[in-house]
Design a binder for this molecule. Structure first.
Ligand code: BJ8
Length: 426
């Protein structure tokens, strides 16, 4: 990354030494995890470039957009409706932290037994190493699990611009009504922030942009059903991660370009691994950049990951929003229809998630499912039981991995994953 960005980072208020330390780890980790994979599709070069500039060029784009009067909205969760942000000429970026940083500092604010995702977000904020956080005009926190809900009460004291969105815990009519009211409140807030009125035409445009982005990801997901798989799980995950950072129109075009290439590969019978390689779906907690720990272990053990039932994956990209409404009320209702379909474990009960994992395993021809839970994440760790039981009953082998962002348990996880892959081969 160019040194020219240093003055930009300084202006953003980053701690340059700490930020250098972070980039010093991320660069080699990316190189070792991604660029050395065999048989990568050529189109992944675009994603390598995006990642190499994720703290550089993309941040510069955001700053230039702010200069021209656009607003940047940072969000931690897939429930935040990008359609509304785009309709008001804003830009939505993901803020979830997929690495541990300044954990000791974070633990001055949070109990040790808080999930790594929340601790990581605090660590990045306290250490001032996240340019996305600093470049955001508003940071949207969402009251989902208890950990996030209570953490935002403290996080509000660490950042000057936190907006908290309430979210339902149930899919009943009352839950839907709450989401509808909160989306309307968010739309009003964004109107005030941007000084623009939300119009039917603008919201239709926002919906069309996000639908196109999700459709491209659906196309990618379908292509990953081929055997041999035309793309590795690591690269599939990377595209799902970049989904939250890149310009949506450019991202959509890049995903479709790669899909063209994958279609040609499939037609030639080419893949990243031999036909018959054990195929795995990963299900559970979101894996934000640069959380590549478990997928790297799984693919190094000789399996190929063919799908992610995760918010950084199929749970986040599933469904499209109907755009045939003729009023803001109708379009907001359609947005709520789409977002209520997200089967996050914060919903109780949450029966569609179990069915979702099962359907993915069958449609993608998976030989097994690995349930990934972050330690201290009660919603997903508890839901792992019903997911496993349903899949095992259907004859799909499962493995449960509970871990965090540390490297201490890598050896132990590798041993368990290798044994699981052997079971799948058998
Ligand atoms: S829609 S999954 S992004 S809430 S890992 S913080 S659940 S204790 S991330 Fe999530 Fe939105 Fe749901 Fe998706 Fe809590 Fe668990 Fe931590 Fe979690």
């Amino acid at each position: 990354m160019s040194d020219d960005y240093r003055s930009m980072w300084q202006e953003l208020g980053l701690d340059l030494d700490a930020h250098d330390a972070l980039l010093g780890v991320l660069g080699p980790l990316y190189e070792q995890t991604f660029t050395r994979q065999p048989n990568r599709p050529g189109g992944m070069k675009y994603f390598d470039f995006v990642m190499s500039e994720v703290h550089g060029l993309r941040i510069k784009e955001l700053m230039d957009a702010r200069q021209s009067g656009r607003k940047v909205v940072g969000a931690f969760c897939t429930f935040v409706p990008e359609e509304i942000v785009l309709a008001l000429d804003g830009i939505l970026v993901g803020l979830c932290a997929g690495a541990e940083f300044a954990t000791e500092e974070a633990e001055k604010y949070l109990p040790r037994n808080t999930c790594a995702l929340i601790k990581g977000a605090f660590g990045f904020a306290l250490a001032r190493v996240c340019p996305y956080l600093c470049a955001s005009d508003v940071v949207v926190g969402e009251n989902t699990c208890d950990g996030k809900k209570k953490a935002y009460e403290i996080f509000g004291g660490l950042v000057p611009n936190l907006y908290v969105m309430d979210l339902p815990q149930t899919k009943r009519a009352e839950g839907r009504a709450l989401m509808r009211a909160e989306f309307a409140r968010f739309a009003s807030y964004m109107e005030e922030l941007t000084g623009r009125p939300l119009t039917v035409q603008a919201l239709k445009r926002g919906i069309a942009t996000v639908n196109a982005k999700r459709s491209a990801m659906h196309r990618l997901a379908r292509l990953r059903a081929a055997d041999p798989s035309p793309i590795s799980g690591l690269d599939g995950l990377l595209m799902n991660q970049v989904f939250f950072y890149d310009d949506p129109v450019r991202f959509t075009a890049s995903v479709n370009t790669i899909c063209d290439e994958l279609e040609a590969r499939i037609a030639r019978g080419e893949g990243v691994a031999a036909k018959g390689t054990p195929r795995v779906v990963i299900s559970g907690c979101p894996m934000a950049v640069p959380n590549w720990k478990l997928p790297a272990i799984v693919e190094a053990a000789g399996a190929v990951i063919v799908g992610e039932e995760s918010c950084v994956g199929d749970r986040g990209t599933q469904g499209l929003t109907a755009d045939d409404g003729n009023s803001l009320d109708e379009l907001l209702d359609a947005l709520v229809d789409r977002y209520m379909g997200i089967d996050c474990a914060i919903f109780s009960p949450n029966p569609t998630r179990v069915a979702h994992v099962s359907r993915m395993a069958s449609e993608l021809g998976a030989d097994g499912v690995i349930h990934y839970g972050l330690q201290f994440c009660a919603p997903y760790q508890i839901e792992a039981g019903p997911v496993e039981r349903r899949l095992e009953d259907e004859g799909v082998p499962t493995l449960r991995i509970d871990t965090d962002y540390g490297q201490e348990d890598v050896g132990q996880i590798r041993t368990r994953v290798e044994a699981f892959v052997e079971r799948l081969r058998g």
